[in-house]
Ligand binder design. Structure first.
Ligand SMILES: CCCCCC/C=C\CCCCCCCC(=O)SCCNC(=O)CCNC(=O)[C@H](O)C(C)(C)COP(=O)(O)OP(=O)(O)OC[C@H]1O[C@@H](n2cnc3c(N)ncnc32)[C@H](O)[C@@H]1OP(=O)(O)O
Length: 225
């Protein structure tokens, strides 16, 4: 799927390629899934309101979230890293995994970014279709949320990056339909390597549900084969 040298040259204008889709008009019609909806419980609304207050002085920013991303950032990623044939055939069907379940049944979340602190916080409500053990959120769903929270932290700090390594300690099971806070921060940057730690806690911060460390590698278009 990672694109060939010829495709990269097309992006740079050296070789003519097929016309690219226009993404600007799509964005206007997209629903922002990180805004409150009727499935949100009191807890997630409360935390949403608290973080929105923190956004007022500009130190924190709420991150919008779409089912099919068509922002300039995504368009640039496709141009740089994906094969043109893949983009044309597959991207019309593609959806963000965590936004592909029905409202309230799967991943309900909103992320906030603090640029100065290199942190991303995600307030997450895991719906009934994320069940693993009876009454608890599936570990894969937890890993997914850790990955996208840490991944967002990496991307917003350093640009396009992918998970190279993710280690998770699951300390306590997360009750289904409860609200938890996922906190990620960059611990160290070494060249293209972004070391990011993450924890998941209850709303009152008393329960530590999971802890994780991760390594994200900033993608380098020049290293593609
Ligand atoms: C307004 C709203 C804005 C929102 C913005 C947010 C936008 C997006 C957020 C997205 C979040 C998404 C999160 C989801 C992420 C994923 O799910 S990624 C999917 C899972 N990951 C993969 O599929 C990656 C597969 N691996 C690779 O493609 C490659 O291995 C790589 C790209 C990770 C690295 O390859 P390459 O670029 O060729 O680098 P290398 O030369 O191999 O390595 C560079 C250095 O890193 C070291 N390294 C590599 N891997 C590891 C490892 N696993 N563990 C430890 N170290 C590793 C490697 O040794 C090199 O080190 P040196 O330079 O030699 O010191």
């Amino acid at each position: 799927m990672l694109r060939s040298c010829a495709a990269r040259l097309r992006t740079l204008g050296a070789v003519p390629g097929p016309a690219r889709r226009s993404f600007s008009s799509e964005k206007a019609t997209q629903k922002d899934y990180s805004l409150p909806n009727p499935s949100w419980t009191k807890d997630i609304r409360l935390l949403y309101d608290q973080f929105m207050k923190k956004c007022e002085d500009g130190s924190w920013k709420r991150l919008p979230s779409y089912k099919c991303k068509s922002t300039q950032r995504v368009q640039n990623f496709r141009n740089l890293f994906l094969d043109t044939k893949f983009v044309e055939e597959q991207t019309p069907k593609a959806q963000i995994f965590t936004r592909s379940l029905e409202e309230g049944l799967g991943f309900e979340y909103v992320m906030f970014h603090n640029e100065a602190e290199k942190r991303v916080v995600c307030v997450f409500q895991g719906g009934p279709h994320l069940q693993g053990n009876h009454g608890y959120v599936h570990g894969g769903a937890i890993a997914t949320m850790i990955d996208i929270t840490a991944g967002t932290c990496a991307v917003l700090t350093g640009g396009y990056a992918m998970t190279a390594n993710l280690n998770i300690n699951f300390r306590r099971p997360i009750p289904l339909c409860s609200v938890v806070v996922i906190n990620s921060q960059i611990d160290k940057i070494e060249g293209r390597k972004y070391f990011i730690s993450c924890d998941i806690r209850s709303v009152d911060e008393k329960t530590l549900y999971s802890e994780a460390t991760s390594l994200f590698i900033k993608l380098d278009p020049n290293s593609l084969k």
